[in-house]
Each structure stands twice: as C-alpha cells, then as structure tokens.
Design a protein around this ligand. Structure first.
Ligand code: GLC
Length: 450
C-alpha cells in the first residue's frame, strides 16, 4: 500500500513538474551567476540599432512618427543592401573603444527581423537583396574576438496582425490587422528559439516595448492590458542557454526571471527622462545604463547633437560610479557603416580607457555620494575619486570609517594632503595638482575591510 501511495505521489510530482521552470521560482543556474559576475565587471558595451529604417535616415521610430502605411513600409527591405557592412570592422571598433560586449537589435518595433527567421518572411534573408544574416556574421566576428553578443528583441510590433490588442504606439499606422495574441506569443517563442540556437553562446536577450501595453492617461501609466507570458519567454531562454542573461527595458523593478536591470538615458535612480525607474526599484542584479552618442538610436541623418568625447567619458565614469555598465549606442547607416563622427568618438573613449580602464572595469560603485563635480568607484581596498570639474581645489567627502593608508594622484603618484574628522568628513587638497580637463583621478587606499 505504502509503495502505491509513494508511486502515486512520485507520479503526480513528476507530472506536475512543468517542462520549463516558472519564472516565479527562478533560481539562476551557476552558469548564469558566473555570467552575471562577468557582466557586472564588463563596464562598457556597444548598443547597435540597425534595421531597414536606416534607409529613411530618421531614426527607428520613423514608421510611427510619419505614420507610414504597412504596405509602403514593407517596400523598404527591397532597398536594403548594406554592401559596406563588415562585422569584423564593427567588432574591432568596439574593442578599440574598450567595449566588452555588443547588443544589437535583432527585431525592432517595425517588426522586421534582421536575421534568418523561419517564423516569418519579413526578414533580411527573404525580403532584402542582401540576403545575408548580419547577426550570423556578427556572432562569428564576436566569437573570434572574445566579445559577448546580446540580442535586443522588441516585444512590441507595428507590423503583425497578431500583435493584438495593439498598444499605445503606432495607432496612426494605416493597414494594421487584428489577430490573436496567443499566435504572437508563439511567434516570439519561435524567434527566441532561433536566436538562442543558431548563433552559438549568446550573452543575453534585451527586451523592449513592454510599456506599449500599459494604459496611459497622458500623464501616468496605468494597468498592463496583456499577458506577456514572461514566465514562458524567460523560462525558454534559461532552458536553451542557462548563461544567457535576461533584461527588460520596462522601466520597472526586476521581474522574476530577469538577470540584469537596465536604465534608459538615466543613471540608476535618476529620472531626467520622466520614465526613470524609481530608486527603491533598483534590484540586486547587475545594472546597465544605455545612452546615445547623438540624440537618436537608429541612424538619423539630420541629428547633429553629437555629444563631445568628454561628455561621453563623463557618462561612462558616472555610470560606473552608480555601479552600472554603460551601453553606448551607434546607429549604422544603410550601407552598413557606422557614422564616421561616432567612430571617432568611440576611438577617443578607447584611448582614455587605455590609460584609466583600471578605475572603471571591475569596479563597483564608490562609497561617496556622487556629485556633479566628483564621483567615486571602488575596487577592493582602493577607492578612485574622479574629479570631473577641473576648477575644484578641495574635495569634501563623507568620513571614511576605516584607516586611510594613502591618498595619491593617480597619474603622477604624487601624495596628496588630507584631513579627516567626524564633523567635517574627509577633505583632500588638490591645489598642488595640474588638473586634467576631463577627469583627475585620486586614488585612496584604505585598510583592508575584509
Ligand atoms: C526606447 C525606444 C527604442 C529604443 C530603446 C533603447 O525604448 O522605444 O526605440 O530601442 O529605447 O533603449
């Protein structure tokens, strides 16, 4: 009798065991934890927004912004022939810039797949004269150079009938049909399976577009009107490649099953954009901030708002000081080349990192409250103070509760004088220094805190 009960119990346990572990009870695998640690130390990555929209030179939202009818937009792939695309060159550029990984749009909101997908004909193989899988070429080039490759994947789709109910965006695009949401979920699963089986080991999947399905009253977001089936999507990814990191640009706290958290155009906890994730929603997973070099993600011919190299380096430093990587975007042109002005900026950042990389890579956020004039990063018992304003003569910081062994100027190794008191905190005198216009780094060595 006992045996039978045992068998029955065992049977029901086995039977109840879902094929894919639900995201609610998600426990990251050892490979995943290792990948998270790698990501946490990576510091700097390249975001690539590339699609058939680049032909129109007006950013990746052009279909929505110009209300281009589906049948008109569907002509674009027939003009997409990026004969200057060279995956090795892109990867070399990323490496020279000091970037450790690349995240590329596999399918953006326009619904066009930049890879060979059996789940649709609306892809680079079936619909363009180019007929080559650019993700495949990039995956091979990345593999060769030890750069990790992540795929951006849009949840939102302005092209497909089965992206229905539709979201808040793309409402003026003529020709959108009405289909079944379950079909859309099945389509995404089929594509994610392709992305996780045909391109070797993948760094992770970067989801975007969640917010499209949230109610909006013109001021505030309301309820979500669909079920994204994240437990199934995330479970599928973790099952196919346990080390692949899942992130979702939903601007919310971490949802179970996610392995990193991203912040769009804002440092973690800040809200200059209006959609910044609140500080109390920052999770205990690796963080990433994404930003554009100019004002656009996809190629924009008229965008002249190129940030200076100094601004970009400052943002990289600030991201590190907030414990975050920086994913800096390029929007390649329709011929497959990255804009020359952006190449130049990236190479200049790379030159800066050659000298100062140790104060960025592998660091965690510093112990001092970040200020506009100076921020800090930390590696073990060394704190790096990055002075971003060259006019600063004395820095005022919170008291360091452990013994300070030395305070040096990073470049010249010159010792700096300092005072510390419970009342006034730590003050470091920079007056003898020749200040660097971009960043003067001060190295504070403290007694071991282990
Ligand atoms: C926003 C935009 C999208 C872009 C993304 C990058 O979500 O909708 O076009 O890809 O930001 O962070």
């Amino acid at each position: 009798m006992k045996k039978i009960i045992y068998r029955l119990l065992l049977g029901s346990v086995l039977f109840a065991q879902p094929l894919i572990t639900s995201a609610q009870d998600y426990v990251p695998s050892p490979e995943n934890l290792e990948a998270r640690a790698w990501f946490d130390n990576a510091g700097f990555g390249m975001f690539i927004h590339w699609g058939v929209y680049s032909i129109l030179g007006d950013g990746e939202w052009v279909m929505n912004n110009q209300n281009i009818p589906i049948d008109a937009y569907e002509k674009l792939p027939s003009f997409f022939n990026p004969i200057k695309f060279d995956a090795d060159q892109w990867v070399q550029l990323a490496k020279k810039a000091g970037m450790k990984y690349i995240t590329i749009t596999s399918r953006h909101h326009d619904g066009f797949s930049m890879f060979d997908s059996k789940a649709t004909d609306y892809d680079i193989i079936d619909a363009t004269p180019y007929k080559k899988d650019v993700l495949k070429a990039l995956a091979a080039a990345c593999q060769k150079e030890g750069i990790k490759l992540f795929f951006y994947y849009s949840l939102l789709d302005w092209n497909r009938d089965d992206y229905f109910p539709r979201g808040r965006t793309g409402t003026g695009i003529p020709g959108r049909g009405e289909g079944q949401w379950e079909d859309y979920i099945a389509f995404m699963k089929a594509q994610l399976t392709e992305l996780l089986t045909n391109y070797g080991p993948i760094g992770g999947i970067w989801f975007d577009g969640h917010w499209d399905q949230k109610q909006w009253d013109g001021k505030k977001f309301g309820k979500l009107q669909v079920d994204w089936h994240y437990d199934e999507l995330y479970g599928l990814i973790h099952q196919l490649q346990p080390q692949a990191l899942v992130g979702n640009n939903h601007h919310l706290g971490v949802i179970p099953g996610e392995d990193f958290q991203m912040f769009e155009k804002d440092l973690p906890g800040q809200n200059t954009t209006g959609w910044g994730t609140p500080e109390d929603q920052i999770g205990s997973v690796p963080l990433e901030v994404c930003e554009t070099i100019n004002g656009s993600w996809g190629f924009n011919l008229q965008d002249r708002r190129h940030k200076s190299t100094q601004e970009l380096v400052h943002y990289l430093i600030k991201a590190a000081a907030y414990g975050s990587n920086l994913l800096l975007n390029v929007g390649p042109m329709p011929n497959g080349e990255i804009q020359p002005e952006h190449q130049k900026s990236l190479l200049e950042i790379g030159t800066w990192l050659e000298d100062y990389g140790p104060t960025i890579y592998g660091t965690s956020k510093g112990p001092f409250t970040p200020k506009d004039q100076y921020v800090s990063t930390r590696k073990g018992d060394v704190i790096y103070i990055h002075v971003l304003d060259p006019s600063v003569k004395i820095i005022h910081l919170e008291e360091v509760p452990v013994k300070i062994k030395s305070i040096l100027h990073y470049d010249s190794r010159k010792k700096l004088s300092y005072k510390q008191s419970a009342k006034f905190g730590l003050q470091i005198d920079l007056s003898p220094l020749q200040m660097d216009q971009t960043d003067t780094i001060i190295e504070v060595r403290i007694a071991s805190t282990n």
